[in-house]
Write a protein that binds this ligand. Structure first.
Ligand SMILES: [Zn+2]
Length: 336
């Protein structure tokens, strides 16, 4: 899968059905070929809130998740499927929109990232000498991360059945833990967790890790069964990590961020202040094409657009998003 367009998943909209439709239509109207269901709830809450509601040992206090026992109990049945059901319902009611896209994407949250937000009892795992984190979390336990991988795999299986074309495990936490000294799991363990999480996906599996990618993390992901590696590129840190030969050797597509999503507010600004021009995006795309080849390349924003909500509000936030996506599609068209 290559030379196409998608998004990471979140949008600067409050969570309600009307906004889900606005977020999805915005992607299709701007010409994105593989839109994602708009992720309007925080990526952790999306999967941990339902577990709290099941009352099986995970509780939420002041917005943080705590495990009340030494054992992590997780639901056996898949849940958080309403986002896929929304997509199916939307396309049933709007077949014209379905005909304009190549397929759709589901963004799920990966096991390392979920584990890093589950605070567990202090003495339930051996503590590392130095820790990146103040709290003792489930990320320190290989077994717990693996349990979460299996749970996410059961959820991914349902999205696969619903007809998703790309299913992503979003793992910002992997970028933080791999490649540093304070890495808790061996490379073999990390690889088996990643492979478990994507094991039920027969369409295109993807892993999104933003921020700076360590060469070690790149190598683990290259060796994994994941089809698409999805990274932030506008910052420049990750550009030189990839080449055409290696991607093809490992049979990977690279989802390359050509739109900035970490935006600082500027005084006297209009939406245009924050929207990359078609020329600018064409330059970024050309650089990516020269490095890894059109056929291995998926074009997309660096990360999700949710952070724009608190800076700009919904209306201006969506103007910026629409402008960025429209220019991305135009820039790709001009290169073809
Ligand atoms: Zn991200």
């Amino acid at each position: 899968m290559g030379w196409t367009t998608t998004v990471v998943g979140s949008f600067p909209l409050k969570d309600n059905l009307e906004n889900m439709e606005i977020g999805l239509k915005a992607q299709i109207d701007t010409g994105i070929e593989y839109p994602c269901y708009p992720q309007l709830v925080p990526m952790i809450d999306q999967f941990l809130d339902p577990i709290v509601a099941m009352d099986i040992g995970l509780v939420k206090r002041k917005g943080r998740f705590y495990l009340e026992s030494d054992q992590l109990e997780l639901p056996k049945d898949p849940f958080a499927l309403e986002y896929g059901k929304f997509i199916i319902e939307f396309f049933k009611n709007n077949p014209d929109y379905r005909n304009r896209i190549k397929g759709w994407k589901a963004c799920l949250t990966g096991p390392f990232t979920l584990a890093s937000e589950i605070i567990i009892p202090e003495d339930s795992v051996p503590k590392p000498q130095i820790s990146l984190f103040k709290d003792t979390t489930a990320i320190l336990s290989y077994e717990m991360v693996m349990q979460l991988a299996k749970m996410m795999s059961r959820i991914a299986a349902e999205y696969n059945k619903m007809g998703a074309d790309i299913i992503s495990m979003d793992e910002p936490m992997l970028g933080i833990i791999v490649g540093r000294k304070m890495y808790y799991h061996s490379e073999e363990e990390a690889l088996s967790i990643i492979n478990e999480a994507v094991s039920s996906i027969s369409c295109n599996s993807s892993v999104h890790v933003c921020g700076r990618i360590a060469p070690k993390l790149r190598d683990i992901l290259l060796q994994s069964n994941v089809n698409i590696m999805d990274h932030e590129m506008t910052s420049g840190h990750n550009k030189k990590l990839f080449d055409k030969e290696t991607l093809e050797q490992y049979n990977k597509s690279l989802a390359w961020g050509v739109l900035q999503t970490q935006i600082q507010w500027a005084p006297d600004s209009t939406p245009d202040t924050y929207i990359e021009s078609v020329t600018q995006i064409k330059d970024s795309i050309q650089e990516a094409v020269d490095q890894v080849g059109k056929e291995n390349l998926i074009l997309k924003p660096d990360c999700g657009f949710a952070p724009l909500l608190s800076i700009f509000g919904e209306e201006m936030g969506m103007k910026i998003v629409n402008g960025k996506l429209r220019n991305l599609v135009q820039a790709k068209k001009e290169i073809e």
